[in-house]
Ligand binder design. Structure first.
Ligand SMILES: [Zn+2]
Ligand SMILES: [Zn+2]
Length: 427
């Protein structure tokens, strides 16, 4: 039996890989417009980082991590997300002693031992941002505006932004008690996980993916009604700023993140019409995280977009098909003796930034034209007796079938002209 890719993983094959490149380029470009710089961290970290930075009570840490021991017996884990790694890098490099706020973006594979299902993989990709050092609600608003602009940049104009505030540890304390009192009479109806964890952290019940748990506690008290004055003002300011700049959103009481270091703004973004798993990204403020892993008391906020989901949404919204893939000019050799001339022409084109190729399978002239057509080359350059002797090349436009002669001296400007003309005709 031939070996296959491990369960829950997959290959990104051409031409789909071109769509990935386009997606990455556009997201990076928006991040650049907002003043973000890229951070790259290792694919694995000491397990302890995620236990403390993601939280031992979470599904990610308790069930979904790829944890292994290296040859020296150290426990390592493939990163299940990036926020903890970013916070670790910040502390390790004392980045907070430089200019604040720190604005980072990242892109890459994450790993979770999850049950593979459609659109969900064990190695999946995220594009995300983190801002450290500012607790301003204006940063929350800017991060959300950027997220929306990223979706627009990849052709996704319709979105549903869910927003909530989870307050701060002090206002959450009073809420926790109210929630605990509400849940207690119904605790027998909760799933086994929730029965175990609700006493310690009743917010986790709101977090639970099990719909039965939500049903059991309907009419639960709202976190919004328990926010302290500072947290209420913060949330108010975020909402006003979004409204003032045309970002629509809906307040969502169920959007909670049960861990202590999460504070204030929490959000999720959905694309309508891509199925039950419509969330393509989410994030929030985590003012307690850096301190929780022994760093300075530094506020932070971030989000991550799931790229598999984004691509799915792009496919369904037909924003993927126009990505041209492959070469711009094919050089067809009419006589084998002109191979070297063809290669000089190819190198000249490539040096000028024009993607070009030729045949390497000993195809006859006619088969070369067919091959060029299959490659999708808009222009084919013919190199034959006549051309070589008189010092020109014949250029055929593969769509219009028009042919023109360009002298070798004018090759590059001539080809660039024709490529541009062709592009204008296609548009
Ligand atoms: Zn508060
Ligand atoms: Zn539950």
């Amino acid at each position: 039996m031939p070996i296959k890719a491990p369960r829950g993983t997959y290959d990104i094959m051409p031409p789909v890989s071109r769509s990935w490149q386009v997606l990455e380029e556009r997201l990076k470009e928006v991040a650049r417009l907002y003043g973000y710089q890229e951070i790259r961290t290792p694919l694995f970290e000491y397990t302890e980082l995620f236990e403390r930075g993601v939280g031992e009570g979470t599904d990610i840490v308790s069930k979904e991590m790829y944890t292994f021991y290296d040859k020296s017996g150290r426990s390592l884990t493939l990163r299940p997300e990036m926020t903890a790694s970013c916070a670790r890098a910040l502390i390790e490099h004392s980045a907070h002693t430089g200019l604040l706020p720190i604005k980072w973006f990242y892109y890459g594979p994450m790993f979770r031992y999850d049950r593979p299902q459609s659109g969900r993989y064990r190695q999946f990709h995220q594009f995300g941002v983190e801002v450290f050092g500012s607790a301003s609600p204006m940063v929350d608003a800017e991060v959300l505006m950027m997220m929306v602009q990223m979706l627009k940049a990849i052709g996704l104009k319709e979105y549903r932004l869910h927003l909530n505030s989870v307050g701060c540890p002090s206002c959450r304390d009073s809420y926790r008690q109210a929630l605990l009192d509400h849940i207690k009479p119904f605790c027998k109806e909760l799933c086994p996980d929730c029965q175990q964890r609700y006493q310690q952290n009743p917010l986790r019940v709101l977090d639970c993916k099990n719909p039965g748990c939500h049903q059991a506690i309907t009419g639960y008290p709202r976190l919004l009604d328990h926010l302290c004055a500072d947290c209420a003002r913060h949330y108010q300011r975020v909402q006003e700023t979004l409204k003032g700049h045309g970002i629509s959103f809906l307040h969502d009481d169920q959007l909670v993140r049960g861990l202590d270091y999460y504070t204030n703004t929490a959000f999720e973004i959905h694309i309508p019409g891509i199925g039950a798993q419509s969330a393509v990204g989410g994030g929030g403020r985590y003012n307690g995280l850096v301190k929780a892993i022994d760093g300075p008391d530094l506020p932070g906020i971030g989000f991550a977009l799931g790229l598999e989901r984004l691509l799915l949404a792009m496919q369904q919204n037909h924003t993927l098909n126009q990505h041209r893939n492959g070469i711009e000019v094919f050089v067809a050799v009419m006589e084998a003796q002109y191979e070297d001339i063809a290669i000089s022409i190819l190198q000249e084109l490539r040096a000028a930034g024009i993607a070009a190729d030729k045949d390497y399978m000993d195809r006859k002239a006619r088969a070369q034209m067919k091959y060029a057509d299959k490659l999708g080359a808009p222009l084919v350059l013919l190199v034959g007796d006549e051309e070589v002797k008189a010092g020109f090349v014949t250029v055929r436009n593969m769509t219009s079938k028009r042919q023109v002669a360009i002298s070798r001296a004018d090759l590059i400007p001539g080809i660039k002209n024709l490529l541009q003309q062709n592009e204008e005709e296609q548009a």
